[in-house]
Design a binder for this molecule. Structure first.
Ligand code: HEM
Length: 434
């Protein structure tokens, strides 16, 4: 095939770029490689920046250097992009300088020392879940382990009662997974839309309008839930994030408003529930099919040098990046030959940046001692992941505990995993112990 054909193919892929449905995942890396080689700053006509959002067009950036440049420049590339179900969430949808003030409040609560103190509890809970899951030889790694582990830990940190886990998961699945191939997210969204009086006929009958209404209703319920919790903590404070937010001071001067607290809790809820679970599912799916790398990883777990295991975790996050990072252009900007207009969306899929061979030689291979490894899996610039120290510990401990108890496993040949796109991950991963 000629260069011209490849370029035409790339232009077609870019025009139709939609990373949200699960079908996209079947060709995800092939598409990103083609774009990076042929059209690294590609114009897309139909791109939306949410699972259910309106398609407005924009740009897809597949090179590591270009993505990094965008993430480092919040003045030109604003974080206020999505259609928020209630209000823009804090701090992720707020630009500096206000963003900096919010991060100053939140950073100490997620600092490395605070997270290290949690480690014995993380170990104990991971062990408990793994023991229960491994009572059977066939199990669902995501439903039985990857989902509850970070979610319950996050609920404890936040101050959400443990008994609320099922409804918290249901809300999260409607808000985040109404239209991305997540089966339970889809079913719950259909049920909620019907409850609201929308005519949802069969599995394919969910319109965007009905899904958006269901999402807004679920978000409304989450906000109400926060309001009740805040009232309870005002009466009797505990050692949790809800109580900490009630006493926090913006710029050391004024208390946060009720709305600011709710919008912060909402973002923490979205970021804290899904991310580690998604990454864990993808990592184990890969290990289930790649015995050599799995064994290599298990050997590193017993290494005398703990930094080797930490490096391996970073490499797993690079290869199994889950986050798409959309930005809104604030002013006309020339960008390496392209001209961005105000209000354009620029999408940085970390899945593409992190497999750019210019930045990561042999990018599709897990190289556990890769150095340097400045991947974008946790973002870059002012919005770099607040939960990074928690996430790293959860990933390490969850993988260690599972592999100590179950070093040999494979994909269940009689069942299929349920993958979802966008902020991608797995809703289920059936495995068999071998
Ligand atoms: C494997 C797990 C995780 C991954 C891959 C991940 C990835 C990311 C990425 C890429 C960003 C940047 C967003 C942007 O630039 O717009 C981000 C931001 C954020 N993450 Fe994480 N995250 C993970 C776990 C967590 C956890 C466990 C929390 C916990 C509470 C968390 C809280 C946040 C928050 C609050 C932000 C917004 C920061 C800001 O805008 O300043 N993340 N994360």
């Amino acid at each position: 095939m000629s260069d011209r054909d490849d370029r035409n193919r790339a232009a077609t892929e870019a025009r139709h770029y939609n990373p949200y449905p699960s079908e996209f995942l079947e060709r995800e890396f092939e598409i990103y490689d083609l774009l990076r080689e042929q059209l690294p700053i590609a114009r897309s006509e139909v791109m939306s920046n949410t699972t259910l959002g309106e398609a407005k067009g924009g740009w897809v950036l597949t090179r590591y250097d270009d993505g990094s440049e965008v993430l480092r420049d919040p003045e030109t590339f604003s974080n206020q992009t999505l259609a928020y179900p209630v209000r823009p969430w804090i701090p992720q949808a707020i630009d500096p300088p206000m963003h900096t003030s919010y991060r100053r409040i939140l950073n100490p609560w997620f600092a490395p020392e605070a997270m290290t103190k949690l480690e014995p509890h993380l170990e104990q809970y991971a062990n408990e879940l793994a023991d229960k899951m491994l009572e059977k030889d066939e199990f669902d790694f995501v439903a039985d382990y990857a989902d509850p582990f970070p979610t319950v830990i996050f609920c404890e940190l936040a101050g959400f009662p443990a008994d609320d886990y099922p409804r918290i998961m249901d809300w999260k699945n409607i808000i985040m997974h109404g239209g991305d191939g997540h089966r339970r997210g889809h079913d719950l969204t259909c049920a909620k839309a019907r409850e609201l009086g929308h005519d949802v006929d069969g599995d394919d009958g969910l319109t965007n309008e009905a899904a958006l209404a269901a999402r807004a209703a679920a978000a409304g319920e989450v906000y109400q839930y926060f309001q009740q919790l805040l009232d309870a903590r005002r009466e009797s404070p505990q050692d949790d994030l809800v109580s900490k937010l009630l006493t926090a001071k913006y710029e050391g001067e004024r208390p946060l408003t009720q709305e600011e607290i709710e919008d912060t809790l909402f973002l923490l809820f979205m970021a804290g529930l899904d991310t580690v679970a998604s990454a864990l599912g993808l990592m184990i799916q890969d290990f289930a099919q790649n015995e050599v790398k799995r064994k290599e990883f298990i050997e590193l777990m017993d290494s005398d040098d703990p930094s080797q295991l930490s490096q391996a975790i970073e490499e797993l996050v690079r290869v199994h990046s889950i986050v798409l990072l959309p930005r809104r252009v604030t002013r006309e900007a020339s960008f390496h030959g392209a001209v961005f207009q105000p209000e354009d969306t620029v999408m940085v899929p970390t899945q593409a940046s992190n497999r750019d061979p210019e930045a990561f030689p042999d990018p599709n291979t897990l190289i556990f001692d890769r150095m340097p490894n400045r991947h974008l899996g946790f973002g870059l610039g002012p919005h770099r992941c607040l939960g990074i120290h928690l996430a790293r510990r959860e990933l390490r401990i969850a993988l260690q505990v599972f592999h100590r108890k179950c070093p040999n496993y494979r994909l269940d040949p009689n069942k299929t995993a349920n993958a979802f796109g966008g902020m991608k991950g797995l809703a289920s991963l059936p495995l068999v112990r071998t």
